[in-house]
Design a protein around this ligand. Structure first.
Ligand SMILES: [Zn+2]
Length: 297
């Protein structure tokens, strides 16, 4: 699905609503209150009506689309752009490309789409898993390793051939690493691969993994690939993240960082799937509502 397809297939509100109806009600539309059968009224907004509880609603009722005055076609086009932009896209760019009146509207629109780009189901990672840490932003102050204290710390965990997860962490000390390792990696994992950062052995122990499960690559000695032991796949994901943060989002506030990380991993984990766009819309029409108040609180 490319932008031309989306603009052709979903050029009107009615066409957009048709797809949203199929995604929200795969078994056919039912009453939002009593789950009973509904009839579709011959109205412009395609209202559904439940006779049982005398209730009318549209397919977007109670979803993130609900309090928006934007045509659904613009929502759809923006969703496609956010799905296709590997490094993300700024609200400023969306405002220009889609033609949205104010920056604030574009910003809120992007955040609501982003809020739906969340994995609803997180299985424990298994098989061969890479764990890596990286530092973004901040200024170098002090000498040696001290400069890291001023930067944002990210932890990446990736199952080879499987899912990627990013976390904005407080630090990269063993206790913090252990928490993310414990919460995301299955006890039955074959091997966990990291670089030689000295906190890892302790973190593995704290997380309940034996030394036998843990393999390290020695980047210091310029050994980046030691047979099968490397952290290249999580590192390549980190480089996308860094380019996204420095190139696309500019003034990225720490407050919204978690949402950006979710967006990055959601997209990354679906990058080879042809239904990325439709899957994102499915999340959008079924995800909990993100209100402007909550976003700016
Ligand atoms: Zn009802």
């Amino acid at each position: 699905m490319n932008l031309i397809d989306v603009n052709t297939l979903f050029s009107t509100d009615a066409k957009c609503r048709e797809l949203l109806t199929r995604l929200r009600f795969p078994q056919g539309p039912q009453c939002l209150r009593c789950k009973g059968p509904v009839v579709e009224l011959e109205t412009e907004k395609q209202l559904f009506y439940c006779k049982e509880c005398d209730y009318q609603f549209t397919v977007t009722a109670g979803t993130i689309f609900n309090d928006s005055h934007l045509p659904l076609a613009k929502w759809f086009a923006t969703t496609l752009l956010l799905c296709e932009a590997k490094k993300g896209m700024s609200a400023c760019q969306i405002q220009r490309t889609i033609g949205i009146g104010s920056y604030k509207t574009a910003w809120y629109l992007c955040h609501r789409i982003r809020a739906a780009m969340i994995e609803s189901q997180r299985n424990m990672l298994d098989g061969k898993v890479e764990v890596d840490e990286t530092y973004v932003g901040g200024k170098r102050v002090g000498a040696g390793g001290g400069f890291k204290d001023n930067k944002e710390v990210f932890i990446g965990i990736r199952q080879r051939g499987g899912d990627l997860r990013f976390f904005h962490a407080r630090d990269a000390k063993s206790g913090t690493l252990a928490k993310y390792i414990r919460e995301n990696i299955s006890k039955d994992v074959d091997v966990i691969m990291t670089d030689e950062w000295s906190a890892y052995p302790k973190a593995m122990m704290k997380a309940g993994f034996t030394g036998r499960t843990h393999k390290t690559v020695r980047h210091k000695d310029r050994i980046y690939v030691d047979g099968d032991t490397h952290t290249n796949t999580v590192e390549s994901a980190f480089s996308l993240l860094k380019r996204g943060i420095t190139g696309t989002w500019h003034r990225l506030s720490a407050k919204h960082l978690a949402a950006y990380l979710e967006e990055m991993t959601f997209r990354f984990n679906r990058r080879n799937r042809s239904d990325l766009f439709v899957d994102t819309l499915r999340h959008m029409v079924t995800a909990p509502v993100l209100t402007f108040e909550r976003l700016t609180a």
